[in-house]
Ligand binder design. Structure first.
Ligand SMILES: [Zn+2]
Length: 274
């Protein structure tokens, strides 16, 4: 599992995968994809918004939802404060509405930099509200996943988000309102095992880590040797879990095509005009 870009914006950055040196300007122009090896580096939520949706169209919702410490878990409050100071975020998911080629969407973006993108009660609530807003206004939901899984510091409060988010997906499905998930690096554990894997359409970025248990646990549990690309987006695609692997430079146009097709499938009288 790789971390975010290696250096503060300067003249050069080093690819975390092949270790080659890249011009920072070119690296950013390529949306943080290495021009040598194609490694897709992690993005902040803001970069994801800027590089996906129509300029200036994003409007954040539920800005003030913050985690409590229901179990008085040791050092949890300090970790939350440190993550907040590091990222400027209140929790690991940012939600809102945005347009993509004029189509209004309900969106949520997980940011791995905030406590590993872990899903606690706030992240789960924001994902649920994103889906419910899509349902209420009859607009597709697009959620970018980037998470190590459920947030252990919230125990059952965190695990119950799995059922809650899946319930919201099911309500969207019953009403025919589409939900598209994008697996980015990493999409793991409690997030993969809940709302992420039950989306109507699942896209993934190349070589994103996608799996349930971490690699050490998986290796211990294996009775047969797993393929070399076990727990990657490519393996999940081959296994039928992911519909399509989409390079980052094609993600915006692929999502736009999907939204056009799926949005057009909504009953005309209830369609949201962007
Ligand atoms: Zn590289």
């Amino acid at each position: 599992m790789s971390a975010g870009p290696t250096a503060a914006p300067g003249r050069f950055v080093q690819c975390l995968h092949c270790r080659k040196t890249l011009f920072a300007k070119d690296f950013l122009a390529a949306q943080k994809v290495c021009s040598y090896c194609g490694h897709h580096h992690r993005l902040t939520w803001q970069e994801r918004v800027d590089w996906t949706f129509d300029p200036g169209s994003f409007e954040e919702t539920d800005v003030n939802l913050v985690s409590v410490d229901p179990l008085s878990f040791p050092e949890y409050r300090e970790k939350l404060s440190a993550s907040e100071a590091k990222t400027g975020l209140r929790d690991s998911v940012v939600s809102g509405t945005a347009t993509l080629e004029g189509h209004r969407l309900s969106v949520a973006i997980a940011d791995f930099a905030f406590m590993g993108g872990s899903m606690g009660s706030v992240a789960g609530e924001k994902i649920t509200r994103t889906l419910e807003l899509g349902l209420e206004r009859r607009m597709p939901s697009v959620i970018f996943c980037a998470s190590g899984g459920a947030r252990m510091q919230e125990g059952l409060w965190s695990l119950m988000q799995m059922g809650k988010t899946v319930g919201a997906v099911e309500r969207c499905r019953e009403s025919g309102v589409p939900f598209i998930a994008v697996f980015t690096d990493p999409t793991m554990a409690g997030v993969l095992a809940s709302y992420a894997s039950v989306a109507d359409v699942i896209l993934a970025e190349p070589r994103a880590l996608v799996g349930f248990a971490g690699s050490r646990v998986s290796k211990q549990a294996q009775v047969i040797k797993a393929p070399d690309d076990f727990q990657t987006a490519e393996f999940a695609h081959r296994s039928g879990m992911v519909d399509r692997i989409v390079p980052r430079r094609e993600l915006r146009s692929t999502l736009a095509t999907l939204v056009r097709a799926l949005g057009a499938a909504l009953p005309v009288s209830e369609k949201v005009v962007a």
